[in-house]
Write a protein that binds this ligand. Structure first.
Ligand SMILES: Cc1cc2nc3c(=O)[nH]c(=O)nc-3n(C[C@H](O)[C@H](O)[C@H](O)COP(=O)(O)OP(=O)(O)OC[C@H]3O[C@@H](n4cnc5c(N)ncnc54)[C@H](O)[C@@H]3O)c2cc1C
Length: 398
């Protein structure tokens, strides 16, 4: 891929200079010049009104006939006969995207013995279930998933594919994207459709979570995105009649380059924050490890799980599996009480989809109040015990 300036056309207007986030283009003697900082992102190409900037990528990107690609797919994964919950969450978002584009929403399942539940996906927004069935697909075989899905995608040409950013999804999604020369954006926290171009807008934290970048893959199809569990919510009220496309897979275990010899159950996790209905979370404002006793007491009264910011884990006030945020868990409980948490973007991406957020912070300008539905400005060391006591009183009256 290379970039060059056609000096005959360039007017030296410098629109390209301000469009470049990297300082990769300058105007010298009324002509744009590419600098060593350029990373070939193409932002300047789009802004140039006289087409004086040429990004040559034809050699590498096969031209695809985009009009042949239609429909939104959600790839479901499963374990021990149960569909992973992220698939239902992706159907919720997939429905929105399919409605905007006026296309079909399909869920794709590679598995065995799922016949009884296929109709149910209509309740979650699907129009169609593509069910590739084979006893071998009871388990996850990386290479078989990649082969089967790549073949299906090449044949049926969906324009958007949504995949859970689970260990399994993170394994097969990039391999398929590479094979099909498709664009893939990992760990998206937001998805939308560009009203002008109908391209998928894929938003995700970048630069250590300090910036939210919206990424498009306008030149390739399909547009693939992975999304962590807990980012989108399940909508179950659709009542659609699903069309079921059943495909008998010819793949056999011996075709795979791997063989599953033994499945080792991972150690039971002590906390399942992702499933919790209520989370009481503490931040640096809690002040000490002992201070977390207050958080724990409130959590106990509410029947809640305890969580916290990364700082509290680093300070050893809280166990690592209770960290909420970009490098911790993504949660979406009915109630999230943030005590002494400032609301850094890396924390917010992990909890901002909670149904109700209550923030307690002594700084009225703390960013957490921007996402909170209810805010209490004051010292948590005074406020939390009062709430706990009041809740105890209420409970004793029940
Ligand atoms: C790559 C990367 C990944 C990261 N991943 C995560 C992540 O997954 N999760 C995460 O949480 N962070 C993450 N961070 C760190 C993040 O940037 C913040 O540093 C962190 O979230 C801040 O934690 P905090 O809100 O507890 O502390 P602070 O930002 O120090 O905020 C403490 C808050 O407590 C308030 N306060 C103090 N005393 C009291 C009191 N007595 N009563 C009431 N309020 C009080 C203060 O006003 C302040 O708002 C990441 C950072 C990077 C660079």
């Amino acid at each position: 891929m290379s970039i060059k300036i056609d000096s005959e056309f360039c007017t030296g207007c410098a629109d390209c200079v301000s469009s470049c986030p990297y300082g990769g283009i300058e105007v010298i003697d009324d002509v744009a010049v590419i600098t060593g900082e350029c990373n070939l992102c193409g932002a300047c190409v789009e802004i140039c009104s006289v087409d004086a900037i040429i990004l040559e990528r034809e050699k590498y990107v096969e031209k695809v006939e985009k009009s042949l690609y239609k429909g939104v797919w959600v790839i479901a994964e499963h374990y021990k006969g149960e569909i992973h919950k992220v698939a239902y969450q992706l159907l919720g978002k997939g429905r929105d995207l399919a409605d905007i584009l006026g296309v079909t929403l399909s869920i794709v399942i590679l598995g065995d013995k799922f016949d009884n539940i296929l109709e149910e996906f209509g309740n979650y927004g699907a129009d169609e279930v593509i069910y590739v069935s084979s006893p071998i697909l009871r388990n996850y075989y990386s290479d078989l998933y990649v082969n089967i899905l790549s073949e299906l995608i090449s044949e049926q040409k969906p324009e958007i594919i949504l995949i859970g950013a689970t260990p399994t999804g993170r394994d097969f999604a990039p391999r398929i994207a590479k094979r099909l020369n498709a664009g893939l954006t990992a760990d998206c926290t937001g998805l939308d459709i560009d009203p002008e171009t109908n391209n998928l807008l894929q938003t995700r934290p970048t630069f250590g979570g300090n910036i939210m970048a919206t990424i498009r893959t306008p030149n390739s199809r399909p547009q693939m995105a992975t999304v962590r569990p807990g980012i989108f919510t399940v909508t179950k009220e659709h009542k659609r009649k699903v069309k079921i496309k059943r495909i008998e897979s010819q793949y056999k275990e011996k075709v795979s380059i791997t063989k599953i010899v033994k499945t080792i159950e991972k150690q039971k996790i002590s906390v399942n924050l992702e499933e919790a209905d209520i989370i009481v979370a503490g931040g640096r404002g809690v002040g000490s490890k002992e201070g977390f006793d207050l958080i724990k007491e409130l959590a106990n009264v509410l029947g809640a799980e305890m969580g916290g910011s990364r700082v509290t884990v680093e300070l050893n006030w809280l166990d690592q599996d209770r960290q909420v945020g970009q490098t911790g868990k993504t949660v979406s409980p009915k109630l999230y009480i943030a005590c002494g948490i400032s609301g850094a973007i890396q924390h917010l991406v992990g909890m901002q989809n909670s149904e109700i957020i209550v923030a307690i912070n002594k700084d009225p300008n703390a960013p957490i109040f921007k996402v909170a539905h209810y805010g209490l400005v004051g010292d948590l060391l005074q406020i939390v015990p009062v709430i706990t006591e009041e809740l105890k009183k209420l409970k004793s009256k029940e």
